[in-house]
Ligand binder design. Structure first.
Ligand SMILES: Cc1cc2nc3c(=O)[nH]c(=O)nc-3n(C[C@H](O)[C@H](O)[C@H](O)COP(=O)(O)OP(=O)(O)OC[C@H]3O[C@@H](n4cnc5c(N)ncnc54)[C@H](O)[C@@H]3O)c2cc1C
Length: 594
């Protein structure tokens, strides 16, 4: 049915950025409608680790983290792409946004004892006090809406159970060396399976799913309307060029009139082949990249383009990168595994098609991919192989391929390659055998004494965080010398684009003249990243999504008020509305349908 819906604020996209904007705007007393084109709510944010890089949070402040250090660090990573206005807006927003989420939206942040910045050798880097996660939560708080949430990325779970980052995950990773951990893991899996069998989905939600469950709960509490399977098709504006709403299609179709404006939080463009061809130098044919993100089809850009919206590509990396393995799972279904931790562990290395190591494997996934891109710059395609021996495979596994005692047959159908000797493995995966042997010999010579003179792996706290803290003498290094040997192919992937809609420090989308388009905002991966192409630490996408989402929701009515008086009056916004921002305008949070 085609209809006209009236609301105060329309948010497009239901990830961390969109829901943060929605709950803050609703908390100000405005009617808010969120539309989501997927059948589930939560976007990529719901399948993420749920880390938010939020420097200036209360833990960091208590530890003496200063604004000068934060700016110095971001500057070091952004280089020439440093955007002072945006960075200041982000850093100013962190404490206020986090107070709001904790006090008014009931979000329980976990302040990790240790979550080192990704570039510990850069000025201003910190070992802790910047990255946070959201505590595990029971999805039943959402009532019947609990199954509207985006499910987990199954390849990331252990048979359906998603370990919570921190103690839970550390315990589960010890399940094959400690009886206590084994029984702990068994009890988690049993609970997950029982709940799934009897109710369709487990109750405990962790990581990004916990964060989105909590945000969604806050949205419910604030009376935000959440429409799934509903797509924004076109942004509408009046004769003065002020954005008035959007045309939508799908389960709900028609026109949404949003008198304060529209917030685009519809993600980036890494699932759009043509845009990848244009903006990802490694993907000129659109076939050299796999993106695990949800719904990032470039809609944010296509919606804003007719109004002058354009992509700011000034960041030195167009996306936050992550190595990824596309493969067929045990049931021969197409799936993928993003390797965000796996190969900084002792006994695993990465080699290129010449069987040479080309990077420190305990770099962040983003920085490792930059090295992979450089290494393959003049070659067809971008890929590498993770190589491990039996010791590492049994103890840690390789990404999706879980370690002993789980049956290896589960992973061998496509994902994992195995051979008795180094030569046989090289032949199986098409690498020069003598070179692979030489690479391993050279690596082993130094790894045995905990050193990596070539790439300095295992020399910084961040490296250790990606390794096994209990492994001696170095958490990142062990010899690779006990057959059988294993390999997993990795290619280029991403976690969300960094290039994005050009915005100002009010989150307004800029037109071709560099002016803010009145009433149109972009937040999250829809907008250009505040970090200039660098990846500062755990949560480089979600941190800004939460903060800029919050700021856009906070300010949208104020901006509407600032617009020309005659225009504001014409659109029915009274000064009382704006003064009393904590009182629901229509006495109800339901958008009025006419
Ligand atoms: C496995 C994995 C782990 C990750 N872990 C982390 C982490 O721990 N920390 C971190 O910072 N980042 C992490 N990332 C990246 C991070 O999850 C994303 O970059 C971030 O969640 C993007 O947030 P967003 O709100 O911009 O977009 P999303 O959360 O993706 O939300 C955008 C939504 O908009 C919807 N949409 C698109 N077009 C339309 C339209 N026309 N109409 C209506 N709806 C539309 C999409 O369907 C989508 O649901 C991870 C990514 C992956 C894949």
């Amino acid at each position: 049915m085609t209809s006209t819906i009236k609301t105060d604020v329309l948010v497009i996209g239901s990830g961390a950025a969109g829901i943060s904007a929605a709950i803050k705007a609703a908390h100000q007393g405005h009617n808010v409608l969120v539309i989501e084109k997927d059948k589930y709510l939560g976007g990529t944010s719901a399948i993420s680790g749920g880390w938010g890089w939020l420097p200036g949070n209360k833990q960091g402040r208590a530890q003496g983290d200063t604004r000068e250090e934060q700016v110095a660090y971001i500057k070091a990573l952004a280089g020439d792409s440093f955007n002072e206005e945006q960075v200041n807006s982000f850093l100013d927003g962190v404490p206020e946004a986090m107070d709001f989420f904790e006090q008014d939206a009931d979000i329980e942040f976990h302040y990790a004892d240790k979550a080192p910045d990704y570039q510990m050798d850069a000025p201003g880097a910190k070992v802790s006090g910047r990255a946070v996660t959201v505590a595990k939560t029971d999805a039943r708080i959402l009532g019947k809406d609990r199954k509207r949430m985006q499910p987990y990325l199954m390849a990331y779970t252990i048979f359906g159970y998603m370990p919570e980052i921190g103690k839970d995950m550390a315990t589960i990773l010890e399940a094959n060396v400690s009886l206590k951990s084994f029984f702990y893991t068994a009890s988690k899996l049993t609970k997950t399976w029982v709940e799934t069998i009897f109710t369709g989905r487990s109750f405990d939600r962790t990581n990004g799913n916990a964060m989105m469950t909590r945000l969604m709960y806050a949205a419910q509490q604030q009376g935000v309307r959440l429409w799934t399977s509903t797509k924004a098709e076109e942004i509408l504006r009046d004769e003065d060029g002020v954005v008035t709403g959007a045309r939508i299609s799908g389960e709900h179709s028609g026109v949404v009139e949003a008198r304060f404006g529209v917030i685009i939080a519809a993600g980036g463009f890494s699932r759009n082949k043509e845009m990848r061809q244009q903006y990802f130098p490694h993907d000129p044919n659109g076939d050299n990249h796999t993106s695990p993100v949800i719904g990032h089809d470039g809609d944010s850009y296509f919606l804003a383009k007719p109004l002058g919206g354009h992509i700011d590509n000034s960041v030195h990396q167009p996306s936050s990168w992550g190595p990824i393995t596309p493969f067929k799972d045990t049931l021969r279904r197409d799936t993928y595994f993003p390797h965000l931790r796996a190969f900084g562990l002792p006994g695993l290395i990465a080699v290129d098609r010449e069987a040479q190591r080309f990077a420190n494997e305990s770099l962040s996934y983003h920085d490792f991919c930059i090295e992979m891109l450089k290494n393959d710059e003049n070659r067809e395609g971008t890929y590498a192989w993770i190589i491990a021996d039996d010791k590492a495979m049994k103890r840690y596994g390789i990404g999706w391929a879980k370690p002993w005692p789980l049956p290896q047959a589960l992973w061998l159908n496509d994902y994992l390659k195995k051979a008795r000797t180094v030569e046989a493995l090289a032949e199986k995966i098409g690498l020069p055998a003598e070179k692979l042997k030489a690479t391993l010999e050279e690596f082993n010579k130094h790894a045995a004494i905990g050193e990596d003179p070539k790439f300095k792996r295992g020399t910084l706290p961040f490296h250790h965080f990606k390794g096994d803290m209990k492994h001696k003498p170095n958490p990142n290094l062990a010899t690779i010398d006990k057959g059988p040997y294993y390999a997993v192919r990795i290619g280029m992937g991403d976690l969300g684009t960094y290039s994005g809609l050009a915005v100002n420090d009010r989150n307004e989308v800029l037109d071709t003249q560099g002016e803010g388009i009145p009433g149109l905002y972009a937040v999250g991966t829809a907008a250009v990243s505040v970090f200039g192409g660098g990846y500062p630490g755990y949560g480089a996408n979600i941190g800004p999504a939460l903060v800029f989402g919050y700021l856009a929701g906070r300010d949208i009515a104020q901006h509407a008020a600032e617009r020309a008086g005659h225009r504001t009056a014409k659109r029915g916004i009274t000064q009382q509305d704006l003064a009393a921002q904590t009182v629901p305008l229509n006495g109800s949070a339901e958008p009025a349908r006419v």
